[in-house]
Design a protein around this ligand. Structure first.
Ligand code: HDD
Length: 704
């Protein structure tokens, strides 16, 4: 190949002896962009393996083929045992104010100074190839690349967890994942083993309430909250510790789907959430959250009727308000899914000076698990050197060698102490008692030190009070959804004693809930199961309800506009403009993706074909049809279903007068959310599209 770049491009491909064109000087085929092997040898032919004779056997000596196939065979790494399916983005965090009074953490010192972050959202139970919209908890993991090293806040979109002690985590995960013998169901908790475990472990009850609520069927990753779950510590320059709980509040507010919509999304678009996140960022509509903290001291913790080291408990916002201390913006998609999203390695043990752990026994177990899991997933103790994992501040120590060592340390100093500096050699880094990380000491009087015991603190035994608090904080419609979700999940359980046991537990939460689920299942209500500690009534926390806290806005959402041949060009243009003005994305949907001919004779291209773009993929619909178009679509099931589902999923429906027969066929009944489009500003439609119509629900489904 050394004989000149030009001839190298005139490749014989063996396909009929055809010679490929001379390749230009610039571009992917130019000398700079030349395809090579991993050893840097230029490849002359990437289409054909090396054979002995044109119809002969492939030769073992074909190092180009062997290297390519060898590498391909090893392209996959073990998927995460939990949270395997995820999507991620880059961005930044900036504090609003200095928190120097409570923490010395560098990232909280200077208002407005940005710290880069990498955030991965995930589902928990399904494999990497499962779907985005099962009923499941969402992981919300944030890596802050601070000047003092990496801080990972590895949380979920639910502020509590199923279990109190890490020793139960393998049991929980085995139970929720697909059943061991049959290998199904994927990405679903609605099966025997999960509910067997959950009903035998009353400590799961509070989390079950959240899991069965609309929190686990979010509309978008941009509309979920995030929580650090555990109680952590802030520590200031004087070494004074303050307990802290972390919250992420989405700028767009909370929004969820209804269950039927979530199910149908699984059919319409397996990648619904990752697509939504990617497209929003690509369009410059950057997702944003505010970081909130709840801080309190030991005295306050001691005054609570539950234990702050128990990850199955919250501290209601009404009791300790959430103080908003900064914002996080995701403004850049990954360049490469594998290199970044797949290889990112979060670890709750990654903390920086100024932040410290509490003795929460769930957190303590996590501190071991994540580092360990990365070794098995990424294959080497040097995974921290991968670009996505490496700190953005300098890091140096005497750890050496190992598989895939990417660094080339110089000199002889690979141990400490050493005196090599005395003879002019590089002596290497040293510990620093002043700026180095020091652990908060804990205090014996709070049971934080003492005899070795396999015991839980007494208040951990209250498994029901906060489950009740959660249920009673919801709107009536949300409560009905919880009852419906329990009914759905337990209806998938084959072993009859399991729903009975679960119902016996639910009676400790709320008699009405237990009765509704029993009725929904068509089963008798069993005796109440004894509670390890009698539940108490706590004040409801309205902050826990999604519906009470939804933002009436169309910002960041999508409106599907259905049109066909003959649709009024002016009405269509006005609806589209109104949607855009409201900060949302119009999605033009027509029977054919090539488009349709409008009333003024213009051909309007579509963004989506009707059969492939059902209404569950958008937040509201506008049906802009002429009499002719309506007559045609009355015979199209996808069009009828489009309107029927929008109505059933409690979405706003704007429509032209001529579209009425289609709506009638779809069973759309008049209500506040069904709005005439007259082309004049569409203000009423935009207002309706900014919310959902939960009052409509009794008309479309029987909830328990
Ligand atoms: Fe975990 C991954 C969140 C308890 C062991 N966990 C993982 C991820 C998130 C969480 C968001 C995915 C990170 C990513 O995107 O790569 N986990 C939680 C939360 C918990 C929790 C909020 C409770 C408050 N986890 C928990 C326990 C253990 C683990 C008690 C084990 C004792 N988690 C793991 C793990 C994973 C993981 C096996 C799998 C993949 C990974 O770590 O990187 O180590």
């Amino acid at each position: 190949m050394a004989d000149g770049k030009d001839r190298a491009f005139e490749t014989e491909h063996g396909n009929g002896g055809e010679t490929h064109q001379r390749v230009p000087e610039k571009g992917p085929h130019s000398p700079e962009g030349h395809l090579t092997t991993n050893q840097g040898i230029r490849v002359s032919d990437n289409q054909n393996s090396l054979k002995s004779g044109v119809r002969g056997p492939t030769l073992l000596e074909d190092f180009v083929l062997r290297e390519k196939i060898f590498h391909f065979d090893h392209e996959r790494i073990p998927e995460r045992i939990v949270h395997a399916r995820g999507t991620a983005a880059h961005g930044y965090f900036e504090p609003y104010e200095s928190l120097s009074d409570i923490t010395s953490a560098d990232l909280f010192q200077r208002p407005g100074e940005r710290v880069p972050v990498f955030v991965r959202f995930s589902t928990v139970a399904g494999g990497a190839g499962s779907v985005d919209t099962p009923r499941d908890v969402r992981g919300f993991a944030v890596k802050f690349y601070t000047q003092q090293g990496n801080w990972d806040l590895v949380g979920n979109n639910i502020p509590v967890f199923f279990i109190q002690d890490a020793i139960k985590f393998p049991d929980l995960v085995h139970a929720v994942k697909m059943e061991a013998d049959r290998g199904y169901p994927q990405a679903a908790s609605a099966h025997d083993t999960f509910w067997d475990f959950a009903s035998l472990m009353p400590e799961t009850t509070h989390m079950l309430m959240w899991a069965m609520s609309d929190r686990t069927i979010p509309r978008s990753l941009r509309t979920i909250e995030g929580f650090g779950v555990h109680t952590f510590r802030f520590v200031n320059d004087e070494g004074v510790s303050t307990f802290v709980k972390f919250h992420w509040k989405p700028k767009l507010g909370l929004q969820s789907t209804v269950w039927d919509e979530a199910l149908k999304l699984q059919a319409a678009d397996n990648d619904f959430h990752r697509r939504d996140l990617f497209e929003a960022i690509a369009a410059g509509d950057f997702p944003e959250w505010e970081l909130g903290i709840q801080t309190f001291d030991q005295e306050f913790a001691d005054s609570l009727p539950y234990d702050v080291l128990d990850a199955t408990k919250i501290i209601p916002e009404e009791l300790v308000p959430v103080r908003l201390v900064g914002r996080m913006v995701l403004d850049r998609n990954v360049d490469n899914f594998f290199a970044e999203t797949e290889q990112v390695a979060y670890c709750p043990a990654n903390i920086v000076p100024g932040i410290d752990f509490s003795n929460d026994p769930l957190l303590q177990g996590r501190l071991f698990s994540y580092l360990d899991t990365q070794k098995s997933r990424l294959g080497t103790a040097n995974f921290h050197q991968l670009p996505i994992n490496a700190p953005k501040c300098p890091f140096q120590n005497f750890q050496r060698d190992g598989q895939m060592q990417m660094l080339v340390p110089k000199g002889r100093a690979n141990y400490e102490p050493n005196s090599l500096a005395q003879v002019g050699e590089e002596g290497g880094p040293r510990e620093c008692p002043v700026t180095g990380f020091t652990s908060h000491r804990g205090r014996a009087e709070h049971g934080e030190q003492g005899d070795k015991l396999r015991l839980r603190p007494e208040l951990f035994a209250d498994h029901y009070s906060q489950a009740r608090l959660f249920y009673r904080s919801l709107t009536a419609n949300e409560q009905a959804h919880v009852a419906a979700a329990f009914t759905f999940e337990l209806s998938k359980v084959g072993l009859e004693h399991i729903p009975q046991r679960m119902l016996g537990n639910l009676r400790n939460v709320d008699e009405d809930l237990a009765q509704r689920v029993a009725d929904g299942l068509g089963m008798p209500l069993p005796k109440k199961n004894p509670a390890a500690r009698e539940p108490i009534d706590l004040d409801p926390s309205p902050a826990l309800s999604i519906q009470k806290n939804m933002k009436p806005t169309l910002e960041g959402r999508k409106v599907g506009i259905l049109y066909a041949d003959g649709s009024d060009a002016k009405v269509l243009a006005k609806v589209k403009a109104a949607v855009e003005k409201a900060g949302a994305t119009p999605m033009l949907i027509a029977p054919k993706v090539g488009g349709a001919k409008l009333s003024d004779g213009t051909m309007q291209k579509a963004d989506g074909q009707l059969a492939g773009t059902p209404s569950q993929t958008v937040d509201a619909i506008a049906v802009v049809l002429s009499a002719e178009g309506t007559a045609m679509l009355l015979k199209e099931a996808a069009a009828v279903q489009f309107c029927m589902d929008a109505f059933g999923h409690l979405k706003a429906i704007g429509h032209t007068a001529d579209a009425k027969p289609l709506l009638d066929k779809a069973g759309v009944e008049p209500d506040e959310g069904v709005v005439a489009l007259n082309g004049n500003g569409n203000a009423a439609f935009i207002k309706a599209a900014s919310t959902r119509f939960f009052d409509r629900e009794p008309k479309v489904r029987i909830l328990p």
